[in-house]
Design a protein around this ligand. Structure first.
Ligand code: ADP
Ligand code: MN
Ligand code: MN
Ligand code: MN
Length: 340
């Protein structure tokens, strides 16, 4: 028997963006526990905007677990929040995702590292560093500073050790801005892993005195500095294996029809980012285009060349979006389009 440290992690009830919360319980196991062996737990929902004080118990239901690479016998336990009667809590967006083991998602999470209220590498007393140009995929102190590289490389290692399916990382267009990409098969897999990767990044940054700023336009819309997105790449078995131009056009008509419902869950303040500039479409318009980075949905060349089969990239979700809500909405819209 060994003492395992189980870090139960969940999303709180703050709006418009939920915070990650976590607390530890210690339990004895012979070997690394499986998901089925992890017990339900609870917390005080009145402290997380998930319950009234007089009836404050919420339940934590483990839904995914990963080895915690920073601890001996540590387990990172992603949880759904449930009501005392066992039904999903209203804040539990994961429970709204259609079950589909053959739905695949790839999320490209952009974010800024912040220190003392400004992006890492910006002058402390105010003002701006040299304009954007050399920062994207850049190297060297003048482009990335002295600690960002250590943070993003350590984060990548932590995620890989935890079994998170990172596909890559890169320095982004603005100074202090970075990206990681996560791909997963199964309608909830990539979304679970994005939340766990966000958790690991936030926790890692604590010891550097650095915060992660997930806002989609932290420097505002009036300056020539990029915002942050979370491009959401998706495919279903039907899209990958059958597809076809007719189905694709019906699917895009459905995305157009539900554009407001999509924008509603694609992250707050997105009107600051989806302006039609900086490789974005305006927030009130829907369009798609082959290899078009100014479109709402980018259709890869490979998709068209392969008889309209493969994956599509929804470029509208922003960096503060909840991947659970995004995956849920995309699959709901897909489900409205008949397949043959
Ligand atoms: P870019 O920055 O040019 O948009 P990236 O390489 O950053 O491209 O992201 C492409 C994303 O597409 C990756 O996250 C990848 O996992 C995802 N992807 C690739 N194939 C599929 C697929 N069949 N279904 C869903 N997502 C996919
Ligand atoms: Mn990318
Ligand atoms: Mn990017
Ligand atoms: Mn992209």
């Amino acid at each position: 028997m060994a003492k395992y440290k189980l870090e139960y992690i969940w999303l709180d009830g703050y709006e418009p963006v939920a915070n990650l919360r976590g607390k530890t319980q210690v339990k004895d196991f012979d070997t690394f526990p499986s998901l089925a062996e992890l017990p339900m737990w609870g917390f005080d929902g009145s402290s997380t905007r998930q319950a009234e004080g007089k009836s404050s118990d919420c339940l934590l239901k483990p839904v995914a677990c990963y080895p915690d690479p920073t601890k001996t016998n540590g387990v990172l336990v992603m949880c759904e929040v449930m009501m005392p009667d066992g039904t999903p809590h209203p804040t539990n967006a994961r429970a709204t995702i259609l079950d589909d083991p053959d739905a695949w998602f790839g999320f490209e999470q952009e974010y800024f590292l912040y220190q003392d209220g400004v992006p890492l590498g910006f002058p402390a007393g105010g003002g701006f560093p040299p304009p954007q140009g050399e920062y994207y995929t850049g190297v060297g102190y003048k482009n990335v500073g002295d600690i960002a590289r250590e943070i993003v490389d350590t984060h990548l290692d932590l995620c890989l050790e935890a079994g998170i399916n990172h596909e890559g990382i890169n320095a982004e267009v603005a100074k202090g801005q970075w990206e990681f990409q996560i791909f997963g098969k199964g309608s909830k897999t990539a979304a679970d892993q994005v939340w766990m990767a966000r958790y690991l990044l936030l926790r890692l940054c604590e010891k550097y005195g650095v915060d992660v700023n997930w806002h989609c336009k932290p420097l505002g819309k009036d300056v020539d500095w990029n915002g942050s997105g979370m491009h959401s790449n998706f495919s279903t078995k039907y899209l990958r294996e059958v597809g076809g131009k007719e189905y694709f056009e019906a699917l895009m008509a459905a995305f157009d029809k539900y554009k407001n419902e999509h924008i509603a869950v694609y992250g707050p303040d997105n009107h600051l980012r989806l302006t039609g500039l900086h490789e974005t479409q305006s927030i009130d318009k829907f369009n798609y285009g082959v290899a078009n980075r100014g479109a709402s949905i980018r259709v890869p060349h490979s998709f068209v060349n392969n008889d309209y089969k493969g994956y599509l990239e929804d470029r509208r979700p922003n960096s503060q979006g909840d991947p659970y809500k995004i995956a849920s909405r995309i699959l709901q819209t897909i489900a409205t389009v008949p397949t043959k």
